[in-house]
Design a protein around this ligand. Structure first.
Ligand code: PMP
Ligand code: GLU
Length: 397
């Protein structure tokens, strides 16, 4: 009998991926399922980026590349950090990986020893906790509910830090809540971070361009904590390149070198063609994303309008990303037919069965009272989905 390692037995499957797999299977079985489960833009990669990939193939960019990515890609990313975030990262501080997912896991593996504590504000993106556990770290979750717009306060951060704390991971704009930390809010967190020089913070800014008001603020902009921050970004979301698998970090040199070392043993560099395409993305003026961001903005408003009419749903107003994370705890205890809703997972199963709409339970994101909708799909599909959900929820009593 195959005996699997404890680290894999203890690992949760990614809930976002599990739910999208389930809805794909139902669709293949002929069911008319609408999936709002996976966070990926429904747009195609822009033509100028695809063209760069075609040229790369024609020019035979088909061999192994430097582990951290082509030099000219890292130069383009360095300029992007300067242009969009006013952050200075030299080439030796940049590591390109197989998606931001690998970027984050490289850093987690580089920082944590067994028993080290890693702070994760909840709601959090599904994979952070499992990455910490694989590195034998101890996740320390700080809860920030809907009443505080799902954002932690400096006092909460201060009280979560112990002599064993080595890492914190958060995202702004946040997946799953769409909450965005303002510059002032980040400065207030930085005042705490700077007092704990043993702490490294991963600032996951992969949704920076998908934002509906104000400027994006990067945590690393504050000089006093710049040496403690790793800025994560990638091309998946802004440039609709989820399948190309390319993310990157700007980091202190020692951390970048450690990630290069891990990657050199585990995967080597990401795909050479994806890298050539990413040069075009990094060099492009982000103002070309305006139409896509406007589309997300009006979809968000549509979903929020429709959620208001669904009994028992309470949502904040997401300022970025493409998710809504309503609190549905008012429905706990209600039932319809053979279904009784005792938690968010029950509601998701009920919605899948009764409304044929797939959404993800909040538990996987650290909030048991909520469910996550991805609204990265057309307004027609969203209208259909929300109408179905409303009908199903109205049957609960
Ligand atoms: N961070 C966050 C917050 C995300 O939502 C995602 C999307 N899956 C990632 C990182 C990873 O992105 P990718 O690996 O596709 O670059
Ligand atoms: N980030 C996306 C999501 O949260 C993609 C799925 C994943 O990588 O987990 O749905």
């Amino acid at each position: 009998m195959i005996q699997l390692a404890n680290r894999i037995l203890a690992m949760e499957e990614s809930a976002t991926i599990a739910m999208s797999k389930k809805s794909r299977e139902l669709k293949q079985a002929g069911k008319d399922v609408i999936s709002l489960s996976l966070g990926e833009p429904d747009f195609f990669t822009p033509d100028f980026i695809k063209q760069a990939a075609v040229e790369a193939l024609d020019q035979n960019y088909t061999q192994y590349t430097p582990v951290s990515g082509y030099d000219d890609l890292r130069e383009a990313i360095s300029e992007k950090f300067e242009r969009d975030n006013q952050l200075t990262y030299g080439k030796d501080q940049i590591v390109v990986s197989t998606g931001a997912k690998q970027s984050i896991s490289n850093v987690v593996l580089s920082i944590l020893n067994k028993g080290d504590e890693a702070i994760v504000p909840a709601p959090f993106w599904v994979s952070y906790l499992e990455m910490i556990k694989v590195a034998e770290g101890i996740p320390v979750v700080i809860e920030a509910g809907i009443e505080q717009d799902f954002k932690i306060t400096p006092a909460q951060l201060e009280s979560a830090i112990t002599p064993k704390t080595r890492l914190m991971i958060f995202s702004t704009p946040c997946n799953p809540t769409g909450s965005v930390y303002t510059k002032n809010e980040l400065r207030a967190l930085a005042d705490v971070i700077v007092k704990h020089p043993q702490l490294v913070v991963i600032s996951d800014e992969i949704y920076e361009h998908i934002r509906f008001e104000g400027e994006h603020a990067s945590l690393a902009q504050f000089e006093d904590i710049y040496p403690q921050v790793v800025t994560v970004n990638g091309v998946s979301k802004a440039w609709a390149m989820t399948g190309w698998r390319l993310g990157y970090i700007g980091a202190p040199k020692e951390i970048a070198a450690a990630c290069d070392k891990i990657q050199g043993q585990f995967t080597s560099a990401t795909c050479s063609i994806a890298q050539r395409a990413a040069i075009a993305a990094a060099k492009a003026d982000p103002s070309v994303l305006k139409d896509m961001v406007n589309a997300f903005h009006s979809r968000r408003d549509l979903v929020l309008r429709m959620i208001k009419d669904i009994p028992g749903f309470k949502a904040n107003v997401p300022k970025g990303a493409f998710y809504v994370f309503p609190d549905i705890s008012a429905l706990f205890g209600k039932s319809a037919g053979s279904f009784t809703i005792t938690n968010a997972n029950d509601l998701c199963l009920y919605l899948l069965e009764e409304a044929l709409v797939a959404v993800v339970p909040g538990d996987a994101f650290g909030d048991k009272n909520c469910i996550r909708f991805s609204y990265a799909t057309s307004e027609a599909v969203l209208t259909d989905a929300m109408t179905r959900i409303k009908k199903a929820v109205e049957k609960l009593s």
